[in-house]
Design a protein around this ligand. Structure first.
Ligand code: SF4
Length: 250
């Protein structure tokens, strides 16, 4: 189904409305999809990103890293973990290993010791060492700037690859996490029942000048303003443009 602008539109009664969303989005998000009206028109979409840009021209993520390799490791470690928790572990880890070669030399047992405060640390330690080995053996110790090469690395899916491409290589991909999924369906920018659909939709409709930073703007907006349980609508910079029917009041 498409709206007047030819964009995909999920209406009530679909999988989302039936509460059947699965995967990386939680049940708290489904209710918002139920009540979302049609997506905003292209001129409103542009104005929304103009305001995000005006407020923060160069948005930054919150994971700490010093080069593309440490960014890749930090993103792999951040699955189902907070950025703050990851940063606490990676500070000491990156102080002793900030290249694939030094990570490989450190070995899985020592890497595990550094990251044991992070959820799923056993698997993540194994993946970090395994991906380091592949980078050394197949990519000359460099992080490849290609979606195909990145997403076959252990622990690196399409979302992680998109984040690394965006931040390290300036590729305008919009990896959709739970925050972006919620925000996109609420305003709505693009309505989709899965994170993959929302990513494809946003990458197709976000105006090119804003596409590179859209990922960070939307994550930060979801994390600090358009929060899952109680969005802070009274102080939201795009409240007059947002169509979410359950906006909060002061
Ligand atoms: S007005 Fe409320 S629901 Fe809409 S984007 Fe802002 S915080 Fe989110």
């Amino acid at each position: 189904m498409t709206d007047r602008a030819g964009r995909g539109v999920a209406r009530r009664g679909g999988a989302a409305a039936a509460g059947r969303l699965a995967g990386p989005v939680g049940p708290a998000v489904t209710a918002q999809v139920d009540t979302a009206p049609e997506a905003v028109a292209p001129d409103i979409l542009t104005e929304i990103f103009r305001r995000f840009h005006e407020a923060e021209p160069e948005p930054k993520g919150e994971l700490h890293y010093v080069n593309p390799f440490t960014l890749l490791v930090a993103v792999v470690l951040s699955a189902q973990a907070t950025d703050r928790g990851v940063n606490l572990a990676t500070g000491p880890l990156f102080a002793v290993a900030d290249t694939p070669e030094t990570m490989l030399a450190l070995g899985e047992d020592r890497v595990r010791d550094f990251v044991r405060t992070i959820g799923l640390f056993n698997t993540k330690a194994k993946n970090v060492v395994a991906l380091s080995r592949i980078l050394v053996d197949q990519h000359g110790g460099a992080v490849p700037a290609s979606l195909e090469a990145l997403q076959v690395l252990p622990g690196v899916g399409a979302k992680t690859a998109s984040v690394v491409l965006n931040i390290a290589f300036g590729v305008p991909r919009i990896a959709v996490d739970t925050h972006i999924f919620r925000v996109s369906n609420r305003i709505p920018l693009f309505i989709g029942a899965t994170t993959d659909k929302v990513q494809a939709g946003l990458e197709a409709i976000v105006p090119e000048p804003y596409r590179l930073h859209a990922h960070h703007w939307l994550i930060l907006h979801g994390r600090y303003t358009c929060k899952a349980r109680k969005p802070e609508c009274p102080r939201c910079r795009i409240a007059d443009l947002c169509r979410y029917p359950s906006k909060t009041t002061a």
